[in-house]
Design a protein around this ligand. Structure first.
Ligand code: DON
Length: 586
C-alpha cells in the first residue's frame, strides 16, 4: 500500500493512548539536573567513580573508563573485564568515533562446536562454563579509548575501581542479587569461592575482592599486558585448561579492540550516531527510525494501537533482515548502506496493512542488494565541554558463563551463544541467524547492543542513550528516541514508559505490564496480533542536553553596547526505574 494511503488509514484508526501507560508516565519523577557533568549507570558507586574522575579534571572518556572498571567490581552480574562492549563517542566539535571491543571466538572454535553428533544444538554448552566464553575484549577497549581520547593518567582513572575492589558495602539489592543466584554461582568451585560463600550475603556487609584488585593493579601498571599477558593471562588460561575451555595465550595476546567509523542516520532532522557491525544495533535502529518517519507517531499517541501496529510491523521486518544479513564485517560483507537506505526501508514497509497484522511466516528478509534474568549494562556520560560517551558492555547472560577465573576473581562471558549455532536455531534471546553469524575462529559474534548519541536539528548534542536487554535492546533504544522526539517526554519519563517488542520470530507482540489499556489490547488482537503482556525488560540510561540561550543585557565591562549571548547547557539524566540505576551529576 502506498505510504500516503497507509498514513491516511492509520489516522482513521482511533488511537487511544493507554490510560494505564499515561498514569505511569505522569507518576515519574523529574530528570536529575546538573551543569558540569553527569554519569547515568546501573550502580551508584560506579556512577560516582565517573563523576569523581571528572571532578578531578578528567573528561567524559576518563569518566566512562572509570565507570566501566568500577562496574566490573560493583555490578559483576554484567559489568566486566571478562566480556566485551561498544563505546560511541561524540566530541564537542561534532565529530564522532566508536570503539568495538566485542569478544572473539578462540582460534580453536569450530562452526559446529555447539551441535552434538546428531546435529542438535546444545544450549547449555554455549551458555554455561568454559566453552561459552569468547576471548574478552573489555580491557583492550577501555584502555584503547582512554589512550586515544582520555585526559588523566590511567592510574587515576582506574583508582576508584581498585579502591572498591578492596572493599565496599553491599546494598540490599546487591546482597539479594548474589543470594538469588546462589544455586547457579555454586556450580563452579572457583565461582563459589568468591560469590557463594557458606553464609549468604547481607546488606551493609563489606565485600572484598582482593584478587580482582590485584588484576586491576596489574592493568594499571602494565596496561593491556597486565591482562592479556603475564599473571592474569596465566590464570585465565589455567582456568580454561581446568574447565575444558579453548581460550589460549595466543588468543589473548592477539586480541585487538578496533576503533571504527560510527554509523550515521537521521530521524526527523536529528542526526543519529550509533554502533556499526559487529553490532546489529545501529543498522536496526536506523532502519526502525526510517520505517516510522513518514508517520505522525506523536498524533497517533504513545502506546496506541495505531502506533504499536506500525512499530510492530517495522520491528518484524527489521529483525528478519538482521537474522539474514548481519554478522562480523571482518568475515562477511554486511550491506550496511543498502539496508539503511531510505528507499529500501520504505519499500519494506510498503506492504504493511493498516488493519491487519502480517504473519512472520509470510514476511521474510528483504533483498537490499537488489536495490531475564539477562544482563548487560549501559552507561551514558557527558562532561562540562559537551564530550559525550555512550557505552554498552556485557558478559551476555547474568554472571555470563557463571565461571570465575580462579585467582583473578572475575566472571567470564557466555557470548559464544550470540553466534548462530545453526540455521533456524534460536539463541537464548530467541534470535535467529544465518551463515553471516556462524562461528569461526577469531570472529566477533553478532550483537544487539546499541549505544547511541542523537543530535538536535541544529547539530548540537541532544541525547545519549543505550540499554541492556538482549534482543530487546534495539527496540528499547528506538522507543526512548521516539518517546523524546515524537511524544515530547522528558528523559526520565522516556526511559520509564512501558515498552513493546517484536522480533519477527517468535511472532508475538510483547508488551510490558501497564503498556496497553484494555481497549488497545483488544484493538491489537482484532488486527491479528498475538499479544503477550507482562514483565518488564531492559534498563535504558540516558542524558538529554538542553541548551538555553540568553542575551546578557550589555557588555559587563560597560565600554561597548555589545550584547553577549550566553549558552547554558543543562544535563538532564534519566535512570531506568526497572533497576537501581542512578543519574549522578555535579
Ligand atoms: O550483545 C548482545 O546482543 C547480547 N550479548 C546482549 C545481552 C544482553 O543484553 C542481556 N541483557 N539483558
Amino acid at each position: 500500500m502506498p505510504h500516503r494511503l497507509l498514513r491516511a488509514a492509520l489516522a482513521l484508526v482511533v488511537a487511544v493512548a493507554s490510560v494505564s501507560c499515561q498514569a505511569q508516565i505522569s507518576a515519574t519523577p523529574p530528570p536529575v539536573r546538573a551543569q558540569n557533568g553527569m554519569v547515568v549507570a546501573a550502580e551508584e558507586n560506579a556512577a560516582q567513580a565517573g563523576v569523581e574522575v571528572m571532578r578531578a579534571g578528567g573528561n567524559a572518556v576518563d569518566a566512562a573508563v572509570a565507570t566501566g572498571f568500577a562496574l566490573a567490581v560493583t555490578y559483576p552480574i554484567a559489568g566486566n573485564i571478562g566480556g566485551g562492549g561498544f563505546m560511541v563517542i561524540r566530541f564537542p566539535d561534532g565529530t564522532a568515533t566508536t570503539f568495538d571491543y566485542r569478544e572473539t571466538a578462540p582460534a580453536l572454535a569450530t562452526r559446529d562446536m555447539f551441535l552434538d553428533s546428531t546435529g542438535t544444538y546444545m544450549p547449555d554448552v554455549a551458555r554455561r562454563g568454559a566453552l561459552a566464553s569468547g576471548t574478552p575484549g573489555s580491557v583492550a577497549g577501555l584502555l584503547l579509548a582512554h589512550e586515544r581520547y582520555g585526559r588523566l593518567p590511567l592510574a587515576e582513572v582506574i583508582a576508584p575501581a581498585i579502591r572498591l575492589a578492596e572493599g565496599y558495602a553491599l546494598s540490599r539489592e546487591q546482597a539479594d542479587r548474589f543470594n538469588a543466584y546462589r544455586d547457579r554461582l555454586q556450580v563452579f568451585e572457583s565461582t563459589a569461592r568468591y560469590f557463594a560463600p557458606a553464609d549468604s550475603f547481607a546488606a551493609g556487609q563489606t565485600f572484598r575482592q582482593r584478587d580482582l584488585a590485584r588484576v586491576l593493579e596489574r592493568i594499571r601498571d602494565r596496561g593491556r599486558d597486565g591482562f592479556y599477558r603475564g599473571e592474569t593471562a596465566d590464570l585465565l588460561v589455567a582456568q580454561m585448561e581446568a574447565s575444558g575451555g579453548l581460550i589460549s595465550h595466543e588468543d589473548l595476546a592477539a586480541y585487538q579492540a578496533v576503533e571504527r567509523e560510527p554509523l550515521y542516520g537521521s530521524y526527523r532532522g536529528h542526526r543519529v550516531i550509533s554502533m556499526p557491525p559487529p553490532s546489529s544495533g545501529g543498522v536496526a535502529l536506523i532502519q526502525l527510525l526510517r520505517s516510522v518517519e513518514p508517520y505522525d507517531l506523536g498524533a497517533m499517541g504513545l502506546n496506541s494501537s495505531a502506533s504499536i501496529h506500525l512499530m510492530g510491523e517495522a520491528m518484524r521486518r527489521v529483525y528478519a533482515d538482521r537474522a539474514e544479513w548481519l554478522g562480523d564485517p571482518d568475515f562477511t560483507p554486511v550491506p550496511v548502506e543498502s539496508l539503511t537506505a531510505t528507499d529500501y526501508v520504505r519499500q519494506r514497509m510498503a506492504d504493511v496493512n493498516p488493519y491487519r497484522a502480517d504473519t512472520s511466516r509470510a514476511v521474510t528478509y528483504g533483498n537490499p542488494l537488489a536495490g531475564e534474568s539477562m544482563e548487560t549494562t549501559h552507561y551514558s556520560v557527558v562532561d562540562a565541554d559537551g564530550l559525550a560517551v555512550s557505552t554498552t558492555t556485557t558478559i551476555n547472560g547474568g554472571y555470563g558463563s557463571y565461571l570465575v577465573v580462579d585467582g583473578a576473581g572475575f566472571f567470564l562471558n557466555n557470548e559464544m551463544d550470540d553466534f548462530a549455532a545453526a540455521p533456524g536455531v534460536p539463541n537464548m534471546f530467541g534470535l535467529l541467524g544465518s551463515e553471516a553469524n556462524a562461528v569461526a575462529p577469531g570472529k566477533r559474534m553478532l550483537s544487539s547492543m546499541t549505544p547511541t548519541i542523537v543530535e538536535d536539528p541544529d547539530g548540537e548534542l541532544f541525547l545519549v542513550i543505550g540499554s541492556p536487554g538482549g534482543a530487546r535492546i534495539i527496540t528499547t533504544v528506538f522507543q526512548v528516541i521516539t518517546n523524546v522526539i515524537d511524544h515530547g517526554l522528558d528523559i526520565q519519563a522516556a526511559v520509564s514508559a512501558p515498552r513493546i517488542h517484536h522480533q519477527w520470530f517468535p511472532d508475538v507482540m510483547y508488551a510490558e505490564r501497564h503498556a496497553l489499556s484494555e481497549d488497545t489490547e483488544r484493538a491489537l488482537r482484532q488486527r491479528g496480533w498475538s499479544v503477550r503482556e507482562g514483565g518488564r525488560w531492559s534498563r535504558a540510561d540516558g542524558i538529554v542536553v538542553s541548551v538555553e540561550t540568553a542575551e546578557t543585557a550589555d557588555d559587563p565591562s560597560g565600554l561597548t553596547d555589545r550584547q553577549t549571548v550566553v549558552r547554558r547547557r543543562t544535563l538532564l539524566g534519566g535512570a531506568d526505574p526497572r533497576g537501581q540505576d542512578v543519574a549522578v551529576g555535579y
